[in-house]
Structure formats: structure tokens, C-alpha cells
Write a protein that binds this ligand. Structure first.
Ligand SMILES: NC(=O)c1ccc[n+]([C@@H]2O[C@H](COP(=O)([O-])OP(=O)(O)OC[C@H]3O[C@@H](n4cnc5c(N)ncnc54)[C@H](O)[C@@H]3O)[C@@H](O)[C@H]2O)c1
Length: 438
């Protein structure tokens, strides 16, 4: 008789290879929905599980709420029975694989908030059965998969690598990036045991172009934190250089562009009004929280966090100085913000620095309006603001480009605006006395 390890593994392996494995994705947000779509496109029957009734209803209606997934891609998969969504974790009983893509925010104290991972794993554990592959994709500190998820799944007496397979695989999706999307971004995966890693590798290889296996879940968890810490610190450096250049009267954008002509040993990062999104401002603090427990202060992270946190103030000061130079005060001025999403060409407002810049200027006595084709309305200090047409910039005393969406008509903006503070170098190459650059 074949040993149980081989039979369990062989049975799942066969289902994955034949694409008859029933795939589950828990958390259908910016990460989970594109992943579910990719596996459905690869021929698997996919079930998405989310606590949001609104999201599951929209998925089942073929109506996408994620910018990178057109409804025209989603709807045919739903109609063909390849993808469905539910709020009922009972569906886990029929699944062979589960990818967990739930949020991992920070608490106010900058400690990791594990509550979404814990609650989704508790729900999964209730319907867990032998022969499953579970992969955590939510960004988290090294040790989470082995220390938090594994004990919840082994409570049933099942053993990882023998009765089921558990991995961590960092998600690298870059919303709004037309070149790199879920299918062609290499996927790192590390399992609790070599058999787990191999099962994870085999699974992703069915739908994604390149899989990069690593030796453990901790390595895979750390890969993501290195990537995002690298970005956060380099952006912090670019921001500090921008403040230095401003003080001594040098155009930082010209400096970075010229430095970027070096064909080796330099990679350009750009300053801006502050960090935004669910990753760069947050993930490095997962690492600093973890290393603090091991007695190591993450000094680069704390410093970059401080500098990046200064940028909305720096941008607001720029606006104040520009208005003063034009003989006006911020108090009583009308200020129009161009772009409020946290980065170009997306609709995501999470941690957007635009909100900080707007709030700082409002507190100085300005009246704030904004244009953003991706964000119809927002709440500022508890009050709802609705997006205005781009023409409204012509009525303002000062326009601030906070997010450089590509659909904005910058030529018309320069013509109609009285004064522009450009925090993104969106008006690169345009020469005008009206323009003040970060
Ligand atoms: N958005 C990005 O660009 C990005 C990139 C890389 C990694 N990540 C990471 O991926 C993870 C998910 O991020 P996201 O941007 O997709 O978040 P999101 O908020 O867009 O989506 C998360 C989804 O999980 C659902 N959810 C919450 N609790 C749940 C539960 N207990 N059970 C089932 N569903 C639940 C929410 O309703 C939501 O639909 C995070 O750890 C994030 O750091 C995000």
C-alpha cells in the first residue's frame, strides 16, 4: 500500500495538473479578485469568499469593482460557471485549494492588525479537510504562517506536508500598471515543508508565468517586506534630497533625471506629497514591529517614515509660500487639488496624502475643491466633497497637482490656472512663471 503522504499529495497534484481542483480565494479585493480571475481563466472552477455582500453580489453579476479587471473579462467567466462568489465559508468543504488575500492594516499604535487573518482562518478551520492546499498571500511579518495560521489548521490533528499543504506567497500586484499584472509578475512561494513548497509551486505554475520557490514561509514573508521597505526608504531619500534641493535652489527633478542616465548602480525614485496606499506606508512597520521583539531597532524604517510623513506639510508650505509670493494669504484663498487617489490612474484613496494636504490647507483657512476622474466624492474632516470638472481649476487662487493622472488635460490647466504647485513634476518641461515645483 502506498504511504498516506504520497497518496494525499498525489491526489491533489493530479487534480491541480488536470485543473479539476476546486480553487478558493478568501478576500476579493485588489489582490484576491485578479487572482481568482487568473485561475478561472486557466480553466479552474473558482469560488471567491468575502465578508462583503456587496462585493459577492457584484462578482456574481459580472460587475467588476477593481480597476485592473474589466467587467468584460469577469462577466464571461461568471456566465461560464468558472467563477462565483459567496459570503458562506461552508463552501470551503468542497474546495481543494485556498488563497487568503484579506487586509493586514496597522493599528493606531503601528502594531500589526492580525484580526482579518485570524478571523478568516477560524472560518476556514471550521470546514477544513485533508488534502487541501492553503496559501496565505496577505502581507505580514515573518513567522505569521508558521506561528499563527499553522496552529489553527493543525488543531484538527492534521499534519502539514502530510495531510495538507501550507505556504506563504507574497502578493506583488501593482494596481494601474498596464505592463505587469497578476499573470506575468513572478510569484515567490515558500512552504512549511518541502512538500508544501512543491505543491504551492505546482499550483501557481498552472496560471502564472513564473514561480520562484524559496526554502521556507519565513523567507517568502521577508521577501515582500524587503521589497516594500526598499521602496519606502528610497522614496524617503528622494524626499529628503527634494527638501535639500529646495533649500539651496536646485531643481530636484532635473537632478534625478540626469542621475538616472547612469547605466549601472543607480535607480531613480521620485519625491512627492507623501506616501499612500495599502503597502508602502504600512508594510515596513510589520518588519520593525517584529525586529523590535528581537531587540533590533529598524532605524532606516523609522527615519524614512518620519521624512515621508513630513511631505504633506512640505507640500502645504509650498502652497502657502507660493500664494504669499503672489501677494495672497492661504486664509480665504480657493485652492483646487488635481488628483486625490494615492497614485496615478487608480481609484484607491487608502492612506492618500491628498487628504493630509487638503486638511492642512483647510485648517489654514483655505476653501478646498478637487478634480479626480477616478474618485467621485470623498470625506474631508467629516464633510462630503464632490469632484468638480477640471475647468473649476480656473476659478481657484492656486491649483495643486497632488496626483498626476494621465487623463488630465495639463496644457489646458496651465492656460486656465492662475498659480500651480506641481508636487509630481506632471508639468515637466513646461516653462511658466505660474508653476512652482516641489
Ligand atoms: N492592493 C495592493 O496593491 C496590494 C499589493 C500587494 C499586497 N497587498 C496585500 O494583500 C492583502 C489584501 O490587500 P487588498 O488591497 O486586496 O485589500 P482589499 O481591502 O482590497 O481586499 C480585502 C478583501 O478581504 C475581505 N475580507 C476582510 N475580512 C475578511 C474575512 N474575515 N473573510 C473573508 N474576506 C474578508 C474584504 O471585504 C475585502 O474585499 C493585504 O495584506 C495587502 O497588504 C496589497
Amino acid at each position: 500500500m502506498m504511504p498516506i503522504v504520497e497518496t494525499t499529495a498525489a491526489a491533489l497534484e493530479e487534480k491541480i495538473r488536470k485543473r479539476t481542483a476546486r480553487v478558493g480565494v478568501v478576500g476579493l479585493g485588489y489582490v484576491g479578485l485578479p487572482l481568482a480571475v487568473e485561475f478561472a481563466k486557466a480553466g479552474f472552477r473558482v469560488t471567491g469568499i468575502d465578508v462583503s455582500e456587496d462585493k459577492t453580489r457584484r462578482v456574481n453579476a459580472g460587475d467588476s469593482y477593481v480597476g485592473d479587471i474589466p467587467s468584460a473579462t469577469l462577466a464571461p467567466l461568471v456566465e461560464a460557471g468558472k467563477l462565483r462568489a459567496t459570503t458562506d465559508f461552508g463552501a470551503v468543504a468542497d474546495l481543494d485549494t485556498i488563497n487568503i488575500c484579506v487586509p493586514t492594516p496597522l493599528r493606531k499604535t503601528k502594531d500589526p492588525d492580525m484580526s482579518f487573518i485570524v478571523s478568516s482562518c477560524q472560518d476556514i478551520a471550521r470546514h477544513f479537510h485533508p488534502g487541501m492546499l492553503v496559501i496565505l498571500e496577505s502581507t505580514t511579518y515573518p513567522g505569521t504562517t508558521d506561528e499563527v495560521v499553522l496552529p489553527m489548521l493543525t488543531k484538527s490533528g492534521l499534519e502539514a506536508g502530510r495531510d495538507f499543504f501550507l505556504c506563504f506567497s507574497p502578493e506583488r500586484v501593482d494596481p494601474g500598471n498596464p505592463k505587469y499584472q497578476t499573470a506575468n509578475i513572478p510569484k515567490v512561494v515558500g512552504g512549511c515543508t518541502p512538500a508544501c513548497t512543491e505543491m504551492g509551486r505546482l499550483f501557481y505554475a498552472q496560471a502564472l508565468e513564473q514561480v520562484v520557490p524559496v526554502s521556507s514561509t519565513q523567507v517568502a514573508e521577508m521577501v515582500k517586506l524587503l521589497e516594500n521597505t526598499f521602496r519606502m526608504i528610497n522614496i524617503g531619500l528622494a524626499n529628503e534630497i527634494a527638501m535639500m534641493c529646495d533649500r539651496i535652489g536646485i531643481n530636484v527633478w532635473e537632478v534625478i533625471d540626469a542621475a538616472a542616465t547612469k547605466p549601472f548602480g543607480f535607480m531613480p525614485f521620485y519625491p512627492g506629497p507623501g506616501l499612500g496606499g495599502h503597502c508602502i506606508p504600512i508594510d515596513p512597520f510589520y518588519l520593525s514591529w517584529k525586529t523590535k521583539q528581537a531587540g533590533i531597532e529598524a532605524r532606516f524604517i523609522e527615519l524614512a517614515g518620519y521624512i515621508n510623513g513630513q511631505m504633506p506639510h512640505f507640500a502645504a508650505d509650498k502652497v502657502q509660500n507660493a500664494l504669499n509670493d503672489a501677494g495672497k494669504a492661504v486664509k480665504g484663498s480657493r485652492i483646487h487639488i488635481m488628483g486625490v487617489a494615492y497614485k496615478r490612474d487608480i481609484d484607491d484613496m487608502r492612506e492618500s496624502p491628498a487628504l493630509d494636504v487638503m486638511l492642512l490647507l483647510q485648517r489654514l483657512g483655505a476653501t478646498i475643491g478637487y478634480s479626480d476622474p477616478h474618485v467621485a466624492s470623498l470625506r474631508l474632516d467629516g464633510v462630503e466633497l464632490k469632484a468638480l470638472p477640471e475647468e473649476a481649476a480656473g476659478d481657484a487662487d492656486c491649483v495643486v497637482i497632488v496626483t498626476d493622472h494621465s487623463v488630465f488635460d495639463y496644457r489646458a490647466l496651465v492656460e486656465r490656472a492662475r498659480l500651480i504647485v506641481d508636487t509630481r513634476n506632471a508639468l515637466k518641461g513646461v516653462v511658466s512663471k505660474k508653476i512652482v515645483r516641489l
